[in-house]
Design a protein around this ligand. Structure first.
Ligand code: NAD
Ligand code: MG
Length: 388
């Protein structure tokens, strides 16, 4: 039996992971399940999967979680430290599907045990790519990508020589506003931004898809995960979301990964790696689909893409600053304190304020330094938003 834990079990990726696990329950022993405020879902899943421990991120909800688990023998715990403690429990495979920089500490703790980390939490890679990969290497663990684009690149690279890679193209649906006139974008509401044309995902990543902050994070994730030169990474808008990424080789060949927009493919690939097992995903009827279309990813419409290039040029802790400022700007947009197009402006201004000689972004990439850069960026972004 494989021992597995799921961090962010109550979210979109977490629930898709549970769907796969529950189909073959006898093959797994569930160690830890974690969630945020939805303790009803967390407790239900913990009971169904007979987890050893359930952890809510919110300490105020611990009594509620305890009550829901009473008489089951399942432990209950709460808070950021409890998440890290749960990640230290030995497991073979750990799903990292918390949203935001909060996913980094438990992910690192899991890697320190030598576990295989299935990484949906792209923010970990953006904030601390070298630390994540270095921790996996130091403890004999592995990181497998769960983001659909990165799973696609990973699969296209199997058996290939990285030196023969000429380009990596990751696709973007274009999100909710891809067809909106530019001048209307400033008035876009969080409700409008939170509807995705193809994928069914959490609220934050769906809005990040409309602003392309999601793709910006993914470009940085591509560089960090595969060690690909940023110059070789391209983004192309592909409204159908059927081709997830393409890898181009020096002989001119492009290897594409094609599949329906269903995260259970990438999750299942990481779950069964290095084998391929049957997965409950739709089989594509190409004739019915008829065509795949592509458009340029315009940096005027989506300035987040330009900012990602800047972050990769600067390096160091600028990814942590970028992500934290984005998280605060996104909070403010969701709470209707700033408009849709302000988000990129706030992130750019935060990056400008923290760059330069002697800046903290040139300190080493340790968890403490990432935390400091993250905190500083949040405070700075809040200040910028207060000033307007
Ligand atoms: P979601 O909002 O549906 O779920 C997030 C999970 O994290 C929930 O369990 C929530 O309770 C928990 N959580 C939120 N804040 C937390 C905190 N501060 N501490 C601890 N737990 C917290 O998000 P999602 O769409 O499932 O995305 C999860 C991660 O996977 C993100 O990093 C996202 O970018 C990535 N991802 C998601 C998809 C997708 O299809 N949903 C695709 C690719 C990558
Ligand atoms: Mg993705």
């Amino acid at each position: 039996m494989r021992r597995i834990s799921i961090f962010g079990a109550t979210g979109s990726i977490g629930q898709n992971t549970i769907d796969l696990i529950a189909r073959d329950f006898a093959a797994y022993q569930v160690v830890a399940l974690t969630g945020g405020r939805n303790v009803a879902q967390l407790a239900e899943d913990a009971r169904q999967l007979r987890a050893e421990i359930a952890v809510t991120a919110d300490e105020a909800l611990l009594p509620d979680l305890r009550e829901r688990l009473s008489g089951t023998g399942i432990e209950a715990a709460a808070g950021a430290e409890a998440l890290v403690e749960a990640a230290r429990r030995p497991a073979d495979w750990v799903m990292s599907a918390i949203v935001g920089a909060a996913g980094l500490p438990p992910g690192l703790a899991a890697l320190e045990t030598g576990a295989t980390l299935a990484l949906a939490n792209k923010e970990s890679m953006v904030c601390a790519g070298p630390l994540v990969m270095g921790t996996a290497k130091a403890h004999g663990g592995a990181v497998l990508p769960v983001d659909s684009e990165h799973s696609a690149v990973f699969q296209a690279l199997i058996g290939e020589d990285l030196a023969a890679v000429e380009r990596v193209i990751i696709t973007a649906s274009g999100g909710a506003f891809r067809d909106w006139p530019l001048e209307k974008l400033a008035e876009a509401t969080p409700e409008q931004a939170a509807t995705h044309p193809n994928w069914d995902m959490g609220q934050r990543i769906t809005i990040d898809s409309a602003s392309m902050f999601n793709k910006a994070l993914e470009v940085i994730e591509t560089k960090e995960f595969f060690g690909i030169d940023p110059e070789l990474i391209e983004v192309v808008v592909h409204p159908e979301s059927m081709i997830h990424a393409l890898v181009g080789f020096r002989d001119g060949a492009l290897m594409a990964h094609v599949g329906p927009p269903d995260m259970r493919h990438a999750i299942g690939f990481a779950l069964h790696h290095p084998q391929r097992q049957e997965l409950p995903v739709e089989r594509l009827d190409l004739v019915k689909l008829g065509q795949f279309t592509f458009r340029a990813a315009c940096e005027t419409r989506w300035p987040a893409l330009r900012l990602a290039r800047e972050v990769m040029r600067t390096g160091g802790l600028s990814g942590a600053v970028f992500n934290a400022a984005k998280e605060r700007a996104l909070d403010a947009f969701i709470e209707k304190r700033i408009g849709f197009t302000r988000m990129a402006a706030v992130v750019e201004e935060t990056l400008n304020r923290v760059s330069g000689e002697g800046s903290l972004i040139h300190a080493g990439i340790t968890l403490d330094n990432v935390r400091e850069a993250d905190h500083f960026a949040r405070v700075t972004a809040d200040e910028i938003m207060k000033q307007q």
